[in-house]
Write a protein that binds this ligand. Structure first.
Ligand code: NAD
Ligand code: TDX
Length: 352
């Protein structure tokens, strides 16, 4: 029986991971979900999962030392998967402070609580000993590596130096560095995964693909930043879940694994595919103000993950995955409608 502590599982990727995990294991599992239910958290996304006797939901903040310590005291947690974060670049430009608090201090608190709970004394050389088989997985992003030029033949690897551009990515880079420091200095059993842009069901309507799809469903025109040539490396969130599981259960302690599915596409290419799926003309969108400091291109080389852990993406046809995602938003208006108006009001206020 493995016991998980999954943070941020009322958000997009965490919720998809929780669903993946419960489906993968029939019964031999117990999951504590910790989520603050910010604007990005939606308990409705995981209502079936939290009704499951294998799951306990705790509403709370990853920065709350007492609360997190109590979770470890009550349940002998084997695996921590830290998804909880402020995740939207545009919001980080409007309010960086919150990103520092959640992404940096929250990760530090999660690491400290895991360290205390898993500590088992010192060996004969004075080195800290920890309970066997425990692991902390920090879910991070390719944005920590900064960006690449459109014509650069290179992709990001585990050896690429950190060069974050936005308040969001600099706080994610900081939290990765804390994980490395807690491993190196205190011996905490931790790994890091850095994934590219996810798409799929349950993604908040502030993000690129859901925003354009729901704009069209609302009779509004899609909105493209800058010149539309920025490239993102798209991966279906189910493939990310499978990678997280492999890294958590089989990845080497102290290592970093990059997660990507060879999905590079420019924003305008993705937008045109969405417009085509709706039978709309390819120019039926508005150009809007660019994002300050907008990263040009992300690209992941996933060789280490594939070679070491045998992970392979299953959603290799992006257009098929996109069509399924569009169908999901079409069929689940009740899920996204409540957040749509306020999201668009925020964008309108910043000229986007
Ligand atoms: P999201 O914004 O959809 O969800 C974040 C979740 O964390 C929400 O449920 C929210 O309520 C919760 N949360 C926020 N602050 C919290 C706090 N202080 N305490 C407890 N819970 C809190 O984010 P997402 O897109 O699902 O991303 C999840 C993780 O994956 C993040 O760490 C993000 O950096 C990383 N990531 C995202 C992508 C992507 O494409 N979306 C790609 C790579 C990595
Ligand atoms: O309306 C829009 N128009 C537009 O052109 C929006 C919302 C975005 N964009 C552009 C900006 C980016 O080039 O689309 C691209 C994708 O934008 P986002 O969905 O905001 O994603 P991005 O900034 O690439 O970051 C995402 O991937 C990495 C996630 O939000 C992060 O959490 C993750 O770490």
């Amino acid at each position: 029986m493995k016991r998980y502590l999954v943070t941020g599982a009322a958000g997009f990727i965490g919720a998809n991971f929780l669903k993946y995990l419960l489906k993968k294991y029939e019964e031999d599992i117990y999951v504590v979900v910790l989520d603050k239910l910010t604007y990005a958290g939606n308990l409705g996304t995981i209502k079936d999962e939290i009704a499951d006797s294998r799951v306990r939901f705790v509403k709370g903040d990853i920065r709350n030392a007492e609360l997190v310590a109590n979770i470890f005291a009550e349940t002998d947690i084997d695996y921590v998967v830290n998804f909880a974060a402020e995740s939207h670049v545009d919001r980080s430009i409007a309010n960086p402070q919150l990103f520092l608090e959640t992404n940096i201090l929250g990760t530090q608190n999660m690491l400290d609580c895991a360290r205390k709970a898993w500590y088992r004394g010192k060996d004969s050389e004075g080195k800290p000993l920890y309970a066997e088989g425990k692991k902390f997985l920090q879910v991070s992003t390719d944005e920590v590596y900064g960006d690449l030029a459109l014509d650069d033949p290179a992709r990001f690897t585990e050896e690429t130096p950190y060069r974050p551009s936005s308040p969001y990515s600099s706080t994610k880079a900081s939290s990765d560095l804390l994980v490395r420091a807690w491993h190196r200095t205190f011996g905490v059993r931790a790994t890091i995964s850095n994934c590219s842009n996810n798409y799929g069901p349950y993604q908040h309507v502030e993000k690129f693909i859901p925003r354009q799809v729901t704009n069209i469903l609302c009779g509004m025109r899609p909105r493209l930043y800058g010149d539309g040539l920025n490239v993102r490396d798209w991966i279906h969130t189910e493939d990310h879940s499978a990678a997280v599981w492999e890294i958590l259960t089989r990845g080497r302690i102290g290592e970093t694994y990059l997660v990507g599915a060879d999905g590079e596409r420019s924003n305008i290419e993705v937008l045109r595919a969405i417009l085509r799926a709706f039978g709309l003309p390819e120019d039926d969108f508005d150009w809007v103000r660019d994002r300050p400091g907008h990263d040009r291109r992300y690209a992941i080389d996933p060789t280490k993950l594939r070679r070491e852990l045998g992970w392979e993406p299953r959603h290799t046809d992006f257009i098929e995955g996109l069509d399924q995602t569009i169908a999901w938003y079409r069929d689940n208006e009740d899920w996204w409608r409540p957040a749509k108006e306020a999201t668009e009001a925020r964008y309108a206020a910043q000229g986007q």
